[in-house]
Design a protein. Structure first.
Length: 233
């Protein structure tokens, strides 16, 4: 299911759609890390049993049984900030308001981290995502990007899902198919502020941009370092 508002889908139907894909991918590419996007604990449980390794929960563990499902499979979980509409997940939250979006996102993630730990998920299995654009305006997402260090200071690997997002498009006045450069710039700023996992639509270009950022930050060595190293003998 997409994050965007829409009709509810029975978890059994969701599992019927997703589990066979997980099973086939796990058989075809046994070394591949597979992530399933769901906020239903029963779907997560079935997908993890089928070979998935990560649950991407865009509702921040809204299902009371999600933490146990993740714990029982010793899986990783991405805990994402979003708001809950009056009808539950995937219901509209128009005109979201925050007094301080970064402080409130950080507080939400800290609470959900504590919830996960109390329910037996190991600390090294937790990944956090501030949820760019998820129930946030463009101004909110830009503020999160500038101050992402306040989120990464929680001490868990931080995922930045900025690729082709509306805050990029609205910042530049560009349609989705023309947002590559803006997405790369946003990803690099997130990297400089501590993000270490990225969800991107153009992986080759993103990998080069982020490898360059990582090299500048001293997190990786240059592939070669020959420039001006060949003096006269």
């Amino acid at each position: 299911m997409p994050f965007a508002p829409g009709e509810a889908l029975d978890p059994r139907v969701e599992a019927d759609r997703v589990v066979p894909v997980i099973e086939q991918l796990a058989q075809l590419r046994p070394g591949l890390i597979l992530s399933v996007d769901t906020f239903h604990a029963s779907v997560a449980d079935a997908c993890l049993a089928a070979g998935a390794h990560v649950v991407n929960d865009t509702t921040g563990l809204s299902d009371p049984e999600m933490a146990e499902a993740v714990r029982d499979h010793d899986a990783h979980v991405i805990v994402t900030h979003s708001l809950t509409g009056p009808g539950g997940p995937r219901t509209p939250v128009p005109n979201p308001r925050y007094d301080d979006v970064v402080a409130e996102v950080r507080e939400f993630l800290a609470r959900r981290i504590d919830h996960a730990l109390q329910h037996g998920i190991a600390a090294d299995r937790l990944i956090i995502d501030p949820g760019h654009d998820l129930h946030k305006t463009t101004v909110h997402s830009l503020e999160l990007t500038r101050r992402l260090g306040e989120i990464t200071s929680l001490g868990h690997p931080t995922l930045a899902a900025v690729s082709n997002k509306d805050f990029v498009g609205e910042s530049l006045g560009l349609p989705r198919e023309q947002r590559l450069e803006g997405s790369l710039a946003a990803a690099v700023v997130c990297a400089l502020n501590g993000a270490r996992i990225f969800r991107m639509h153009e992986p080759a270009q993103a990998r080069r941009a982020l490898d360059m950022a990582a090299t500048i930050m001293g997190l990786r060595e240059p592939v070669e370092a020959r420039h001006n190293m060949e003096g006269p003998r």
